[in-house]
Write a protein that binds this ligand. Structure first.
Ligand SMILES: CC/C=C\CC/C=C/CC(=O)SCCNC(=O)CCNC(=O)[C@H](O)C(C)(C)COP(=O)(O)OP(=O)(O)OC[C@H]1O[C@@H](n2cnc3c(N)ncnc32)[C@H](O)[C@@H]1OP(=O)(O)O
Length: 244
């Protein structure tokens, strides 16, 4: 089990992403480890997505390093040979949603206050093609078109209806259920499941691998625009105001 614990909201900073990727690599190389359940140690928050402060007012070199770390995390998780189960025990916007979508199975706490989705458009930014591809592979083209254009965050019951998560369980049963699902998936021979998983995901993974440097350049160019920087600053202000 891997439990995110980066208060206050498990935002995906460069350090967080680096540590997450290293942990995944270690587990991947450990022959005794066949599966991982991903959840959060912070009540009400699975992950608040990419750390917005990493994308505001930093150098081009920093943006490049940060984006490479985001790519690396996704390539490792989406391409993992292990069984990956997301036990989503709180809010899961944007990058948090990407982590859940990259797993093999998603179980969410049945709390309508917890929402999940790719809300990038609401911040005035655009979910990259590989976020979009991952989303489409879970819910299909039509639902993805609407959800991504509107930057919708769906409360848990709606997320279930759309297939964004596979099931809802009472919060106190979440880990028990995740373990049961893990046992069911691990009952199959690894090689058959792994080859099948790779067959289903390879095209999408290969697309990023083939365009990785281009994707970094595109991100730097996009995020460095003054209009985008302004949108992000306003969004951060809005988050702070909401509090007071
Ligand atoms: C070409 C491609 C170009 C660009 C693609 C870039 C892709 C980006 C994908 C992303 O992941 S963008 C991030 C999107 N995330 C969000 O929109 C989530 C924003 N946060 C929230 O909605 C809420 O914070 C929450 C529902 C997660 C939690 O709510 P609550 O418990 O009420 O906490 P607070 O809102 O008071 O937040 C506490 C604290 O944390 C700061 N914070 C929250 N989220 C982030 C974040 N993603 N990055 C950095 N910091 C974040 C928030 O401002 C508060 O800070 P204080 O200093 O005021 O304590």
């Amino acid at each position: 089990m891997m439990k995110f614990k980066s208060p206050p909201v498990n935002s995906l900073s460069l350090d967080f992403l680096t540590e997450f990727s290293i942990s995944l690599e270690k587990l991947e190389n450990d022959r005794a480890c066949r599966g991982v359940i991903i959840t959060s140690a912070i009540p009400k928050i699975f992950s608040s997505g990419l750390d917005i402060t990493e994308m505001c007012g930093k150098s081009v070199e920093h943006y490049a390093e940060f984006w490479r770390a985001v790519q690396e995390m996704w390539l490792r998780l989406y391409g993992s040979n292990m069984v990956t189960v997301a036990a989503v025990n709180g809010a899961s916007p944007a990058g948090g949603c990407l982590i859940a979508l990259s797993c093999d199975y998603r179980i969410m706490a049945e709390n309508p206050k917890f929402s999940i989705g790719l809300n990038e458009a609401q911040l005035g930014i655009v979910a990259p093609f590989w976020f979009k591809d991952t989303f489409v592979n879970v819910v299909g083209q039509r639902i993805a078109e609407r959800a991504l254009q509107l930057g919708s965050l769906y409360p848990a019951p709606e997320a279930l209806k759309l297939g964004l998560v596979d099931e809802l369980v009472p919060e106190e049963k979440l880990l028990e259920k995740a373990s049961a699902v893990m046992a069911q998936w691990l009952a199959l021979p690894d090689h058959a499941r792994q080859i099948t998983k790779s067959m289903m995901r390879k095209a999408v993974l290969d697309r990023l691998v083939a365009h990785r440097e281009e994707d970094i350049k595109y991100f730097i160019n996009f995020i460095s625009k003054e209009s985008i920087q302004k949108s992000l600053r306003m969004y951060m202000e809005m988050l702070k105001k909401k509090k007071s």
